[in-house]
Design a protein around this ligand. Structure first.
Ligand code: 5GP
Length: 119
């Protein structure tokens, strides 16, 4: 895992040091296309404030977490998938988290089983 003081890849994207396909930006978050999409629609909602994992969030982040959920709905509408999308947060390496800067995945464009996308 990266050192606590290292910039996360998402901080470098937010700073503009690494290019990304950005579809939304506001004062609290950005939304970008995932570089390695796992579904026809796969975007990442990333808070500008780095919280490594969801379990690292506390009550001081409550408004930010609410903002991210409302933004997910707004972006899903914007992308035309408001009626069928999955919102995923991987928390911890064993759960598949690879970037330790909290982010939400919006996945859509296929049919979902309980475990994941089936087509
Ligand atoms: P995690 O596995 O941590 O939940 O999700 C990290 C996500 O970030 C992955 O889906 C991965 O494809 C995406 N990702 C990693 N590096 C980059 C990058 O440089 N640019 C973009 N757009 N997505 C990235």
């Amino acid at each position: 895992m990266a050192e606590e003081n290292d910039l996360s890849i998402f901080e470098r994207i937010i700073a503009g040091d690494i290019p990304s396909e950005k579809i939304h930006e506001d004062e609290l978050a950005i939304v970008i296309q995932d570089i390695n999409p796992q579904a026809p629609t796969h975007v990442l909602l990333i808070p500008k404030l780095k919280i490594p994992r969801l379990v690292d969030a506390d009550v001081s982040h409550q408004a930010l977490l609410g903002h991210l959920l409302l933004l997910a709905g707004k972006v899903a509408r914007q992308l035309g998938c408001a009626d069928a999308f999955r919102l995923v947060i991987n928390n911890g390496a064993d759960a598949g988290q690879t970037v330790f800067h909290l982010h939400l995945h919006i996945l859509a464009g296929g049919r979902f089983s309980e475990g994941g996308l089936v087509n």
